[in-house]
Design a protein around this ligand. Structure first.
Ligand SMILES: [Zn+2]
Length: 254
């Protein structure tokens, strides 16, 4: 009896699958009885990346046991249901509901992304000494989406809300995360400290004047200060450049 199955990953899996397995049907040898979740992770795609699984025209969940000759279609999370899925009923979503208030925990390689997310007001835990078990536990216990470039980390059972960050350049990573989690309308710049994730509040120029460099004092009048670590922020060129990039992405220019 043939133990071949056919798989098709739809969407953006360019950093997770080799070119000959992206957006095409490909065959795979079923070596043992296993759930579809185990199967896709053995191929290299963490369960956090897949929302809808169609096996032979029926929607299934992660626990489905794969059978010889199955035709398996896999779809990532999306707000819009793909046209080919509209007539499938019931349509099972394998991913949990998005968090009502987006909150993140980031792995040790994503320090700059954490700072950028904080700059836009998103609660983002980051420490350069968090190990993998700690990251997975924080994500599960505090209901935070785990952002990482480590697919093995996302394959941990504990992780329900997670995302594999594709881009390598921090500003591109930021745009990717804003887009993936629909955060453009939710950003509140300067409400959180880039350094410690603490809450910031507006502060008068007079109060902090002595701590400013002459050029900053001359060119800026609006300031914010972290309640926890007392760091001071203003809408400088770095912030304005990032804002311009975000606006371009929103307008579909990049
Ligand atoms: Zn702070």
């Amino acid at each position: 009896m043939s133990k071949k199955i056919s798989l098709h990953f739809h969407g953006e899996f360019d950093k997770l699958l080799p070119p000959d397995q992206r957006n095409v049907d490909f065959n795979h040898e079923l070596k043992e009885t296993r759930s579809v979740k185990d199967l896709i992770e053995s191929i290299g795609v963490p369960h956090t990346e897949i929302d809808i699984i169609i096996v032979n025209d029926e929607s299934v969940n992660f626990e489905y046991l794969v059978k010889p000759n199955d035709r398996i279609q896999l779809y990532p999370t999306s707000r819009q249901t793909k046209a080919e899925l509209i007539n499938i009923s019931p349509l099972i979503h394998c991913q949990p509901e998005p968090l009502t208030v987006p909150r993140f925990v980031l792995d040790v390689h994503l320090g700059k992304l954490a700072a950028y997310l904080r700059m836009l007001g998103f609660d983002s835990l980051y420490r350069n000494d968090y190990d993998d078990p700690t990251l997975a536990t924080i994500s599960a216990n505090e209901q935070r989406t785990l952002l990482t470039c480590d697919r093995q980390l996302l394959m941990r059972k504990q992780v329900s809300h997670g995302y594999f960050v594709r881009a390598r350049q921090p500003q591109q990573q930021l745009l990717e995360v804003l887009s993936r989690f629909y955060l453009f309308e939710l950003k509140k710049p300067f409400t959180r400290c880039m350094h410690c994730n603490g809450i910031t509040q507006a502060v008068s120029k007079q109060e902090i004047e002595t701590q400013l460099l002459p050029a900053t004092k001359k060119h800026y009048n609006k300031f914010f200060q972290c309640i926890s670590c007392k760091k001071i922020y203003w809408e400088g060129s770095h912030y304005l450049k990032m804002q311009a990039e975000i606006n371009k992405l929103k307008a579909g220019e990049i």
